[in-house]
Design a protein around this ligand. Structure first.
Ligand SMILES: Nc1ncnc2c1ncn2[C@@H]1O[C@H](COP(=O)(O)OP(=O)(O)OP(=O)(O)O)[C@@H](O)[C@H]1O
Length: 954
């Protein structure tokens, strides 16, 4: 509360002070005006109204300033007081020089007036002013002071009061007076004096002039405070008591302000001086200490610079070294690149040449195959089965291409017959030897040829052994089927950079002229065979399964064999009485040209070829025998027809020939394995079989043709096939209608989950272009019929009647403990082998087989003897007619080329199994064996026999 009250009082006091200041200011202005009027009035009265015409009686500050600016009034006034003080007063412009002098000259002259005036005033020690005080903004008060001082001086002169002039101005030396006028003191005093009334100050100045003068003289020794007190005393001397506080207050206020201002300036100057000192010290410090640091720094920088220079030099050296090294390397590499380019060029040339050579090689290879004949016949003699070794053999001798059979019951030349084939394999021949001879054919399949390999022979002669192997399989005992497919996979792998192959298989069975799918579990549906195969498939409804390895094939064949067993209660019986066919379909695409090729290989295990005695078999057995005979006769007819190059080949007479159609024509390669049993009691069937085979071997077919075709050719062929089918339909041929109505679902795999590893998608194979060559206009009488029954008829001769009835014979044989009845023969089990049902493939180890697989080399050293397989000049006209064993009639006549048979000398040492060595037989053996001129193609049962021309052996 107290503080607030004090503050309030202070505030009130301060406001009073402000009010007082304002009052003082107005009073001062009023005083100044009064003094100005006084001054103006005195001047007008002194110089006269005319001279002072520009100066009004009561002028404003501006009018006062303008009226005196030219100095004329002032100089004239001074001259009035002290005549001649200013000898020359420049007059007003209109009175002096002409207008041509210009205002600049007047201003100069006016300045001269003022200067002269001020000099005189100063000499009179009166208050002076600056010339600039007469300009706008100047201190007009000082001018008024000066005029009033002059007035006072004038009046003093008049009254005689010398040296008591109120406004100063005695004859003191000019120099002393000059010392008194200090600028800042003057300014200071001006500030102080602002608070006083003009009148008071004027009176003080006028009255105390001497004091001031004294003060001025002594001012050099006095301090500011001394002078201030003296001044105050002088100012306040004649003042009324009530005015003193006001004046003192005003003066003190100004003094305090001035001091505060000066102290602030002084402080600021001290600060700046201190800053300057600091900076100077720092500069000095930098100058003193920095010199060493700079030198140190310079030294270090120099050292670093030197080091870096050195490093740069080293780097430059290294760079140039690397550059030169790089250049050398570049040169080296460019040389090597050039060399590599040359090598690459050479290699690419060599590669393309290599491919050309390969292609040429393939062509030549197949040409060689063609030259060797497209139907080849191999003969294989089964060894004695265990337990029959003591028996005599009907096979007197086997040479590379000849087999000699002895008929003990015959004498003379009829007792010993030789047959020639492309190759004869004796009982000791291994599976590998047999296969190596037929291996080239396998390769042909991958070159787009159709191949048919079938095993022919009586029951138990070893057909299944050759085609598949024994019941217990080992690597060595693998049959043709496995080896052939293994070869296909190997060659496929070799050619993968050139041709992309797809291999698929079908497995079917023909039993009693019914076709069954062996790869379809429990599938007893009868399948149809197409006469015009589409997409290369004669049986499109049968399962076709893509295979990529021999293991796949083994799996499939196991399944097929299993399904074959399902169809009959006794597998061996069934296998003897049905044809089984493993069809391998190959489709290749040339990677460069995109051309397609297709090949098909049928591997057929035929039913037993033995004759059936009608009088002894009845019922199902008779029916089976009739179907077998029918199909084998049809096979003979087809081959004979092909031999004669007939326009019509009777493929449709049996399911077997229908199935093999595309692999038996002139565009295909055929290999027949003829199997003979060595037992003497089978000699009749043996001779019958060999005669059939010999005639097959004499067939000369046209050159095989690969199924290579471009897409255009293929399309055209398809169109032809379609047109033919339409034509056939129009002509009312049911076969063709049937073929076109077959299910298109030819690629379905109906094997359940038996082989899950097989790919499910399969690319459709293109249709094979092997169409049946037909000419409906061909007279029926020209149809040839190579009568299998004709061969059989020979065996009906009485002297062989007993031996050739193998079925009856074997049926009568005893079955031992370790034997089982295999159709018509007694088979002995290998030790440890499982008894029925034993599938042929169950012990086969596919991995072993795969490991064993080696690339197949081009076998140009095919052991086929072209001379042997080529026909001889001898031709034989065969004529058959009438009923055959199965009662199917076939008429016709054809000329068949008789193969050249080598004369063979057979010595006793070559016939180790020869049981009978009668003088007769020895004599016979020493006689060169010739083919019978009168080949006993006889007719029986009303069949007409026609002897053909027979080539005489050379
Ligand atoms: N070259 C051979 N070496 C050894 N054993 C053989 C040979 N050929 C056949 N065999 C054996 O003879 C027996 C009969 O052979 P296989 O079953 O192959 O004759 P098949 O002609 O197929 O008879 P089927 O017509 O009844 O099928 C089998 O035990 C078989 O192992």
């Amino acid at each position: 509360m107290m503080a607030a009250a004090v503050e309030e009082e202070e505030m009130v006091e301060r406001m009073h002070g402000w009010a007082r200041d304002m009052d003082v200011a107005s009073r001062r202005a009023e005083e100044e005006a009064m003094r100005r009027y006084d001054a103006a009035s005195w001047l007008r009265s002194t110089v006269g109204v005319v001279c002072a015409r520009d100066l009004p009686d009561e002028p404003s500050e501006e009018e006062f300033r303008l009226g005196l600016r030219n100095g004329i009034v002032l100089c004239n006034a001074l001259n009035k007081i002290q005549p001649g003080a200013i000898p020359k007063v420049v007059q007003a412009q209109s009175d002096a020089a002409g207008p041509t002098d210009g205002s600049a000259l007047c201003a100069y002259q006016y300045f001269e007036n003022l200067r002269n005036f001020l000099v005189v005033v100063e000499d009179l020690r009166l208050p002076t002013f600056e010339v600039s005080d007469l300009e706008k903004g100047g201190k007009g008060v000082r001018v008024v002071d000066c005029v009033l001082a002059l007035k006072s001086f004038s009046e003093s002169n008049k009254t005689g009061r010398q040296a008591s002039c109120k406004y100063g101005g005695l004859s003191k030396p000019l120099t002393a007076r000059k010392y008194f006028i200090l600028k800042n003191t003057d300014a200071f005093m001006n500030k102080i004096m602002k608070g006083h009334s003009a009148e008071a100050i004027q009176s003080e100045f006028s009255e105390g002039q001497s004091i001031v003068t004294d003060f001025s003289i002594e001012s050099n020794e006095m301090t500011t405070s001394d002078s201030l007190s003296i001044l105050l005393r002088k100012v306040l001397l004649d003042k009324k008591p009530e005015e003193v506080p006001l004046i003192v207050e005003s003066i003190l206020s100004k003094v305090i302000q001035e001091y505060e201002h000066r102290i602030a300036i002084q402080n600021k100057m001290d600060e700046e001086e201190q800053n300057l000192l600091n900076i100077t010290e720092q500069v000095n410090h930098v100058v003193v200490n920095g010199d060493g640091e700079v030198k140190q720094f310079q030294l270090e920088a120099q050292t670093n610079f030197d080091v870096q220079q050195k490093q740069i030099q080293e780097l430059k050296g290294a760079l140039s070294f690397v550059k030169s090294g790089m250049e050398q390397l570049r040169l080296q590499y460019s040389e090597e690149f050039a060399k590599l380019g040359k090598h690459f060029y050479t290699l690419s040339n060599a590669a393309s040449s290599y491919h050309k050579v390969l292609e040429e090689n393939r062509k030549l290879y197949n040409q060689i195959q063609d030259l060797k004949g497209n139907i080849r016949v191999y003969c294989r003699v089964r060894p004695f089965l265990p337990g029959h070794r003591s028996l005599s053999s009907s096979v007197a001798d086997t040479e590379e291409r000849t087999i000699t059979i002895i008929t003990p019951t015959k004498y003379g030349k009829d007792g010993c017959k030789s047959f020639s084939f492309n190759r004869v394999f004796g009982p000791a021949s291994t599976q590998e030897e047999v296969f190596s001879d037929m291996q080239p054919l396998i390769r042909s399949v991958l070159d787009g040829f159709n191949v048919c390999i079938f095993a022919y022979g009586q029951t138990g002669s070893g057909k299944t052994f050759t085609m598949s192997g024994p019941k217990v399989l080992t690597e060595e005992s693998l049959g043709v089927n496995y080896r052939a497919l293994n070869d296909l996979f190997n060659i496929k792998a070799q050619r993968k950079g050139t041709i992309d192959y797809e291999i698929s298989v079908q497995m079917i069975e023909i039993y009693n002229e019914q076709v069954r799918d062996l790869l379809q579990d429990g599938g007893n549906r009868r399948l149809e065979i197409r006469n015009t195969p589409q997409k290369g498939l004669a049986v499109p409804d049968a399962s076709i399964v893509p295979v990529t390895s021999t293991a796949d094939v083994v799996e499939l064949m196991n399944q097929g064999q299993k399904n074959r067993a399902v169809g009959s209660t006794a597998i061996n019986d069934r296998s003897s009485r049905s044809h089984s066919c493993l069809s391998v379909h190959v489709q290749g695409k040339y990677l460069t040209s995109g051309a397609m090729l297709r090949g098909c290989m049928h591997l057929v295990d035929l039913a037993g070829s033995e004759r059936v005695d009608k009088s002894e078999v009845v019922g199902d057995r008779l029916k089976e025998a009739q179907y077998i005979n029918k199909s084998l006769s049809a096979l003979g007819d087809v081959i004979a027809s092909l031999a004669q190059k007939n326009s019509h080949v009777p493929y449709r007479n049996s399911k077997l020939t229908q199935l093999l159609q595309d692999s038996l024509g002139g565009q295909a390669k055929t290999l027949m394995f003829v199997h003979v049993s060595p037992e003497l009691d089978a000699v009749g069937e043996t001779i019958s079989t060999l005669k059939f085979a010999e005639r097959v071997a004499s067939v000369e077919l046209g050159a095989a043709k690969a199924n290579k075709e471009g897409s255009e050719v293929r399309e055209l062929k398809e169109q032809i096939a379609t047109l033919k089918a339409a034509l056939a339909k129009k002509e009312g041929e049911p076969e063709n209608i049937q073929s076109t109505q077959s299910s298109p679902d030819m690629y379905r795999i109906k094997r359940g989950n038996a082989i899950p590893a097989f790919p499910k998608n399969r690319q459709p194979m293109e249709e094979v272009g092997n169409l049946e060559v037909r000419n409906n206009a061909t007279p029926m009488q020209k149809k040839a019929s190579f009568q299998f029954s004709g061969v059989l008829s020979e065996n009906n001769s009485s002297d062989l009647a007993e031996n050739c009835n193998g079925i009856q014979k074997t049926d009568r044989m005893a079955v031992g403990n370790n034997q089982f009845e295999n159709g018509n023969s007694i088979l002995e089990l290998e030790p440890g082998a499982t008894q029925l049902p034993t599938f042929f493939y169950q012990r086969y180890d596919p991995d072993k087989q795969r490991r064993r697989a080696e690339p197949v080399e081009t076998d140009d050293s095919d052991s086929f003897d072209a001379a042997t397989s080529s026909p001889s000049d001898q031709e034989m006209l065969l004529s058959t007619s009438g009923l055959k064993a199965d009662g199917i009639a076939s008429r016709g006549a054809f000329i068949i080329k008789k193969p050249q048979t080598k004369n063979t000398k057979i010595t006793a040492t070559k016939i180790p199994n020869l049981a009978m060595k009668s003088p007769m037989s020895e004599k016979r053996l020493q006689t060169p064996i010739r083919n019978s001129k009168q080949l006993p193609f006889s007719t029986t049962g009303g069949r007409r026999t026609r002897n053909g021309k027979i080539n005489t052996p050379k």
